[in-house]
Design a protein around this ligand. Structure first.
Ligand code: MV4
Length: 423
């Protein structure tokens, strides 16, 4: 885009590839994230000294922090993302569900708003919903504060623990309750909206292959979802954006039980798995985020969006492939795969030292094909071609999953991986 870039980094990330590639870089503090990447004044000061125009928050750390977005704007920088108000509203999961379901989306049957302190009233609600029920934190997302109650005898305790966990993690004890869905798929819808009320969707992704809420494999489009279903769900999501006055990139998360898409949360950032959507639509989502933040109208209408072929992403982590124990250390030989329909997003290079301070995601391997079979074949080839020496990686797990008949048939749900790992 011809935009000069400043990379911010902690002391330990001095040697990261993105830092070396950027036009300028600023060290914003020591390795612990709360002293650098989560230090709002340090980030804003770095923007000031480099005379930056805008700040892109990425997909971790401060990306969904409404206070950060607000302070960026108060300091006269452009926040590349939605308004602080939209981030705040979607951060409250009760409010998000209320707003989205008024706009026509379905939710999981659940409590009407927050649980009250009267346990008898909550028991009555749970009986009406039907057990098992899941207690969730309003400030949650990602799974903190999540507690299952299989029957009434477990409800009191589930609420107590969920409250403690929520208070510890978010300093908030507001809870809500949903009927527990046993083996749903995790399907999400990507949207883009500008500041003038235009909104489009870029289709769905299936993110069901996960372990302990960490996604391993994502693909687009989701299997077994018809074009008509996709179009209806996409329209409901774009309408919800318009009702909300939402702008920027966003993702609507659903649990799909084979019948209904149940809205659970909205993510107000670009996501790790956005490349599979980019592959099948040809749209650069980060570039669109920058255009939207600059106050430009969307250059494409829904009719301009064409879905081409199938894409798969394998997240490669520096972890032991059986125990999932983090495996930091120096990278020896590094050889990325290549060829038609192969994309690697990574900060790795031969000799790079992986720190133990952060998330263990070290590379995203994305393949695209004219159909799922071709995308899968390219992924199998690429996984075999990829060499990352010196550390343990999750490449062997991906190879194991990609050899499973059930996965190849697309017969998966959010518990699939944990079931095969238990064997
Ligand atoms: C659920 C659910 C089953 N039923 N809600 C986990 C994190 C949070 N984002 C929502 N989560 C779930 N909510 C109801 N009513 C199961 C999960 C869940 C899950 C969801 C998506 C992807 C992976 C998951 C792993 C475990 C549990």
């Amino acid at each position: 885009m011809g935009i000069a870039t400043v990379a911010l980094h902690s002391e330990i990330d001095r040697e990261a590839k993105y830092v070396k590639l950027a036009d300028e870089s600023v060290c914003i503090g020591p390795a612990p994230a709360h002293l650098s990447y989560l230090n709002i004044p340090a980030v804003i000061a770095a923007a000031e000294v480099t005379n930056a125009n805008a700040i892109h928050p990425g997909y971790g750390f401060l990306a969904e922090n409404a206070d950060f977005a607000e302070q960026v704007e108060k300091s006269n920088f452009i926040f590349i993302g939605p308004s602080p108000q939209a981030i705040r509203r979607m951060g409250d999961k009760i409010e998000a569900i209320k707003r989205m379901c008024n706009g026509g989306l379905h939710r999981v049957p659940g409590s009407d708003g927050a649980l009250c302190d009267d346990i008898e009233k909550t028991k009555e609600q749970a009986r009406r919903i039907g057990y098992p029920v899941l207690i969730k934190a309003a400030a949650g997302g990602g799974g903190k504060g999540l507690r299952l109650a299989e029957d009434e005898s477990q409800l009191d305790n589930a609420i107590r623990i969920s409250k403690i966990e929520s208070n510890l993690n978010f300093g908030n004890t507001t809870l809500y309750m949903e009927k527990f869905l046993h083996n749903p798929r995790h399907i999400e819808m990507q949207v883009l909206a500008d500041k003038y009320g235009n909104a489009i969707h870029l289709g769905d992704r299936d993110c069901s292959i996960q372990r302990r809420r960490q996604k391993l494999i994502e693909e687009a489009p989701s299997l077994g979802i018809s074009d008509e279903q996709r179009q209806i769900l996409g329209q409901q999501c774009t309408k919800a954006c318009q009702n909300l006055g939402y702008f920027g990139a966003g993702t609507f998360e659903f649990l799909y039980d084979g019948k209904e898409f149940h809205f659970i949360e909205m993510n107000t950032r670009v996501q790790v798995e956005h490349p599979v959507t980019e592959a099948i639509t040809g749209i650069d989502i980060v570039k669109e985020q920058i255009h939207i933040a600059a106050g430009e109208a969307l250059s494409k209408r829904q009719d301009d969006i064409e879905f081409r072929g199938h894409a798969i992403e394998c997240r490669i982590n520096a972890e032991h492939p059986e125990t999932f124990k983090p495996s930091p250390g120096a990278v020896g030989r590094y050889h990325p795969p290549g060829g038609p329909g192969v994309r690697v997003d990574t900060h790795l290079y031969s000799g790079y030292e992986i720190p133990l301070h952060y998330d263990s995601l070290i590379a995203k391997l994305i393949t695209h094909g004219s159909d799922r079979k071709e995308a899968l074949a390219r992924m199998q080839g690429a996984l075999e071609e990829m060499i990352i020496d010196g550390i343990e990686t999750t490449i062997p797990i991906h190879q194991r999953i990609l050899a499973k008949k059930k996965f190849l048939r697309g017969a998966v749900d959010i518990n699939y991986l944990e079931r095969i790992l238990a064997r």
